[in-house]
Design a protein around this ligand. Structure first.
Ligand SMILES: [Zn+2]
Length: 281
């Protein structure tokens, strides 16, 4: 493998090092029958034109070689596949690697120039940041918090369709946290904006990194409080109440949306004290 135009000295690379190479929103994978695998450094035995390359340690301490490709000339056994469409074929460990490295790569791509003085930036030698040598501003990796909420009314759950969804698919509501908001406030605002109803008894469930790109999904349950369903016809094109035995097509198993729906039947309806309290500054 030949690294072209790398911006850092990678030194010696172990042959078993997992390689996560991106081109736009696609990732380089080995395809054998219907199985996708991340290539090791040893398997990348062909010339690649790479714009940027660096190491990132996984949460388990595995060194991952991450690169941004300049072109798409690759051998037949390899394929560049859209990350979102291929994500489900990897195991939890590999999904964590992809989420982390694609998040960093996205951050790197967006911060090659300083937003304060418009000068060129470079990777800081001492910490994980892009540094502007001109004005000394640091740009750190960021994630975008987004709430995702299953709203229920008795034994029914609220499912809605975004115009961007695949045909026939419905899901729970979601939306990004705005500056100055608690997540609880985001939930109340977004639900009201999108389907005109009020919710109460908001309870946290779990979170999921969603690297398309850099989103942290914060999963909640909320109980219907008041109002008539009325869709906004912008972010939502259809919505309705569904029972567990009459669900439309819902998101794939890897998503926290699916887990919120699957877990609903076991959700204790009695609420813990202070479950809806958000701390204010
Ligand atoms: Zn600057």
């Amino acid at each position: 493998m030949e690294i072209v135009n790398t911006f850092s000295d990678l030194g010696n690379i172990a042959t078993h090092t997992p390689c996560l190479f991106f081109y736009g929103d696609s990732i380089l994978v080995l395809k054998q029958q219907d199985k996708y695998t991340l290539p090791s450094y040893q398997q990348i035995n062909f010339k690649l034109n790479i714009h940027a390359a660096f190491f990132i340690s996984s949460n388990e301490g595995v060194q991952l070689l991450v690169a941004d490709l300049n072109d798409t000339h690759i051998p037949n056994e390899f394929i560049l596949e859209n990350i979102k469409s291929i994500y489900q074929y990897f195991n939890n460990l590999e999904r964590n690697w992809i989420a982390k490295t694609f998040g960093y790569m996205h951050w790197y791509r967006k911060h090659r120039f300083c937003g304060m003085c418009a000068g060129s930036t470079e990777l800081d030698a001492n910490e994980c940041a892009m540094l502007c040598p001109n004005c000394h501003y640091h740009f750190y990796p960021k994630v975008n918090p987004s709430m995702i909420v299953l709203v229920y009314r008795g034994d029914e759950i609220l499912l809605a369709r975004s115009p961007h969804f695949p045909p026939e698919m419905y899901s729970v509501l979601a939306g990004y946290v705005s500056p100055g908001e608690s997540v609880e406030e985001t939930i109340m605002r977004e639900v009201k904006e999108e389907v005109s109803i009020n919710v109460k008894n908001i309870r946290y469930y779990a979170s999921q990194a969603w690297p398309f790109p850099n989103t942290l999904m914060l999963g909640y349950y909320a109980e219907y409080a008041s109002g008539e369903l009325q869709i906004d016809n912008k972010e939502i094109e259809d919505a309705g109440w569904y029972s567990a035995d009459n669900l439309p097509e819902i998101p794939r198993r890897i998503s926290i949306a699916r887990r919120l729906i699957a877990n609903f039947s076991t959700l204790p309806r009695a609420l813990p004290i202070s479950s809806t309290t958000a701390f204010k500054i």
